[in-house]
Design a binder for this molecule. Structure first.
Ligand code: AMP
Length: 533
């Protein structure tokens, strides 16, 4: 058969050719903007042409510093299709980490949202590899800025070639994109994505047994485009000609709900904290969400109670697991056909697990004595390999810690049931070790979040003289003072062995979150280090 290179050009040109009238909707500072894939195609080619004029060549890194909007989507294809590398920079990182990753990636050009300019202006002096900035604004004029060598995105596009031809000879193994993931200690670690990896991952997103993205979908990626390529949704969406709805700067739950209702969104993707917020807003006002075929949720464990709450409103909930190093889709939680006749409770139990390995990847779950038995009890680390799993950290000597003998060691601990369905127990570093026995903080969190009074809950191990570590629960209530600590502990006592139950509950107004909306356990562990002493 033909040795045909799997590059992003194929995805992009399909949308141009077959779906010129399909719509992309983008929320910008000046309101909702709509255009078609035909216009999208021309502007994407113009951006590549403009980048070439600025001296960008194959292999060069171009950074984006942007929310989810149509210009970011143009950069998603303009940069890799010309052979350069799309480096999506997390806009919520500290100044120190932004300058570390931009310099480490040696980004030559940086494309920045106007609304995010103040952040970049503050660190620009440290960004030694950046030769030029392109500012994305709704107007052609360049906004006032202290950045040297700044161009207006719209002015550059106006002067550029809308028929710019993409190279046919790109190597499928060439790097198309990169994203840095935060490390427990030290600087973020860079992960690179090849054209081939993104191509196969996008195809996987289209499978009925994974996320089933198709032409008839209206996609709403709430997960940021600066975090693992918004889980690959923009790539698959363009390829399959799906309508895309991009929620723009800092969307609130109300904005998301309005977009879902008005644009008839069928598949929306985000982390659990997003869906918790949306659920709260849904309790205050009703929206017509009948077009939603699924809410895709990953990045942290989706609490069982959250899944049940959505489904009670008639909104199917799809739980998935992955990481920056896996591009990210690795596990998706769907029932096997013979499980559909189980009771509602049993089905929920399965659906709140992280799920089944998606086709195309290979997995081992390895404990102290090798591969664990599929008995829902023996715990081991998830290890993965496959065509969209990273093989190293970019120019980083921490590669050897996570990539061993051709397998990615995820650092996630799991059990596997007799059907092969994986249930995450914890991150290795988040497991609570009490008196030599392991306690899953995730299980306790899920149980707490299933309590009707609880909005968010986070459990972490705190140093303890006698037991080494004991769990401590942090809880945000839907309504302050609506429940006593002891009620919550009783709720746990009814479900867990005595020694699993946290010694105490701390009520908070908010749980600190990471830059991508996950619970920042490290901060709580640090702040409450002396709590049990
Ligand atoms: P990141 O690379 O920042 O996306 O983080 C990846 C990590 O998030 C994984 O290694 C897991 O620890 C966690 N994670 C992702 N999806 C899930 C999920 N569905 N349930 C529990 N943890 C998850």
């Amino acid at each position: 058969m033909m040795d045909f290179p799997l590059t992003l050009r194929t995805l992009f040109e399909r949308a141009e050719k077959f779906f010129p009238k399909k719509e992309i909707v983008s929320r910008t500072p000046s309101g909702l903007f709509r255009y078609t894939y035909a216009d999208y195609g021309k502007r994407t080619r113009q951006l590549s042409s403009a980048l070439e004029t600025l001296g960008i060549q194959r292999g060069d890194r171009v950074a984006t510093f942007a929310w989810n909007d149509h210009r970011h989507l143009e950069a998603y294809f303009a940069i890799p299709c010309m052979g350069a590398v799309l480096h999506t920079v997390n806009i919520r990182l500290s100044a120190e980490h932004i300058s570390y990753i931009v310099n480490h990636a040696q980004d030559r050009v940086m494309i920045v949202d106007e609304t995010l300019l103040p952040i970049i202006e503050k660190v620009a002096e440290q960004l030694t590899s950046v030769e030029a900035y392109i500012i994305m604004t709704d107007k052609p004029e360049l906004p006032p800025t202290t950045l040297h060598l700044a161009y207006s995105y719209e002015a550059l596009l106006q002067a550029a070639d809308a028929t710019y031809a993409y190279p046919q000879d790109l190597d499928e193994n060439a790097v198309a994109g990169m994203c840095y993931t935060s490390a427990t200690t030290g600087n973020p670690k860079g992960v690179t994505y090849s054209h081939r990896g993104i191509f196969l991952h996008s195809m996987n997103l289209g499978l009925a047994d994974t996320t089933g993205v198709s032409e008839s979908d209206v996609l709403l990626p709430v997960v940021p485009m600066f975090h693992v390529n918004a889980w690959g949704m923009p790539f698959a969406g363009v390829w399959f000609g799906s309508k895309q709805v991009l929620p723009g700067p800092a969307p609130t739950p109300q904005i998301l709900l309005q977009l879902m209702e008005e644009e008839k969104v069928s598949l929306a993707a985000g982390v659990p904290t997003v869906w918790l917020g949306v659920l709260k807003a849904l309790e205050e006002k009703t929206y017509d969400l009948s077009s939603l075929r699924a809410v895709l949720c990953g990045g942290s464990a989706a609490p069982r109670g959250l899944i049940a709450a959505y489904e009670s409103k008639g909104i199917p909930f799809l739980h998935a697991y992955g990481m920056t190093e896996t591009a990210p889709i690795a596990l998706v939680s769907r029932l096997k056909s013979h499980q559909t006749s189980l009771s509602e409770e049993e089905r929920l139990d399965i659906r709140s697990k992280q799920g089944l390995l998606v086709p195309g990847l290979e997995m081992r779950v390895v404990g102290e004595n090798g591969d664990v038995a599929w008995n829902s009890e023996d715990m081991g680390e998830i290890r993965l390999r496959g065509p969209w799993i990273a093989s190293e950290y970019y120019q980083d000597d921490r590669t050897a810690d996570s990539f061993v003998d051709g397998w990615l060691h995820t650092g996630d601990v799991a059990v596997v049931d007799e059907e092969g369905v994986v249930k995450l127990v914890d991150r290795t570093k988040d497991l609570v070790k009490s008196g030599g026995e392991w306690i899953s903080s995730v299980d306790l969190e899920n149980a707490l979040m299933a309590h009707p009074a609880v909005f968010e809950a986070c459990v972490t191990g705190i140093p303890h003289e006698k037991w080494d570590e004991r769990p401590l629960a942090f809880v945000v209530l839907k309504q302050a003072n609506s429940v006593e600590k002891n009620d919550l502990l009783d709720h746990l006592r009814s479900q867990f062995a005595k020694w699993w139950v946290p010694d105490d509950v701390v009520f908070l107004e908010e749980i600190p979150k990471t830059s991508v909306g996950k619970f920042l356990k490290r901060a709580l562990r640090e702040e409450y280090r002396e709590y049990y002493r």
